[in-house]
Write a protein of this length. Structure first.
Length: 246
């Protein structure tokens, strides 16, 4: 990780869960991190807790589903931090709904964040990476639910939004042929985060009875990706908690 010291990473959805865990790891390894989220006050709290680390965290308010918000966030990064070396597309939401009688507004909200938001952030980050002309890494935090859909009442369009990320990553790899920018994905199984607790099926008590990953487990995978040599493409990592059976 030494070659990443002082380099700039952008982490979306950095206010909690997997995004916060990845942010902590990157800052502890000496990286300069722009943490993007709607709940910017949460990132500021995280920023204060990381003041003793060798890296630095900057809190930036951003709604990844809003193009103007994304453009403004990356303009701030360019003006104040110079460029982007690593992008972690972590921001994601889910709405408990149904394909049969659900609310289309809920479906749209999921795709706006999980798919369109990822595309908007990737476009801005890759532009800066290409202008810099050096090594770059895009890490998409995906989900194993996009590969194997579990029976979870109310999951609705969430698995489809994650499946889309797999296709988008491969398209991006094709478009980036000839550059030093690598595209990879991490697809965890059930992770104990706010997103899962938002489902009526998964209260905190119920979640405790299932095999789960911790957000830190996903962060460890992100560090592994960045630790690999520049010529090594880790295309996808699947993480599952021991005992998960779906």
């Amino acid at each position: 990780m030494d070659r990443w010291i002082g380099k700039v990473a952008v982490v979306t959805g950095a206010s909690a869960g997997i995004g916060a865990a990845i942010t902590k790891q990157l800052v502890s390894h000496g990286m300069v991190v722009a943490g993007l989220a709607r709940r910017v006050e949460k990132i500021k709290e995280l920023e204060q807790s990381l003041e003793e680390c060798s890296g630095k965290l900057y809190a930036i308010e951003c709604d990844v589903s809003n193009e103007e918000s994304v453009t403004a966030a990356f303009a701030w990064v360019q003006e104040n931090l110079g460029s982007v070396n690593v992008l972690v597309n972590n921001a994601g939401i889910s709405k408990e709904s149904s394909l049969i009688d659900g609310n289309p507004e809920d479906w749209r909200a999921v795709f706006d964040v999980n798919v369109l938001g990822l595309c908007l952030c990737t476009k801005e980050a890759v532009r800066l990476m290409r202008e810099a002309g050096g090594e770059g890494v895009v890490i998409n935090v995906n989900s194993f639910a996009g590969e194997r859909v579990p029976f979870i009442p109310g999951f609705s369009v969430y698995p489809a939004s994650k499946r889309a990320i797999t296709a988008l990553a491969q398209t991006l790899r094709h478009e980036l042929t000839g550059t030093q920018i690598r595209v990879t994905g991490i697809s965890p199984g059930l992770v104990a985060t706010e997103l899962m607790v938002s489902y009526s099926t998964y209260s905190e008590e119920a979640l405790a009875s299932f095999p789960t990953l911790d957000p830190e487990d996903v962060a460890t995978a992100a560090i592994f990706i960045l630790s690999c040599a520049p010529h090594v493409v880790v295309q996808d990592i699947v993480l599952r908690p021991l005992g998960e059976s779906w």
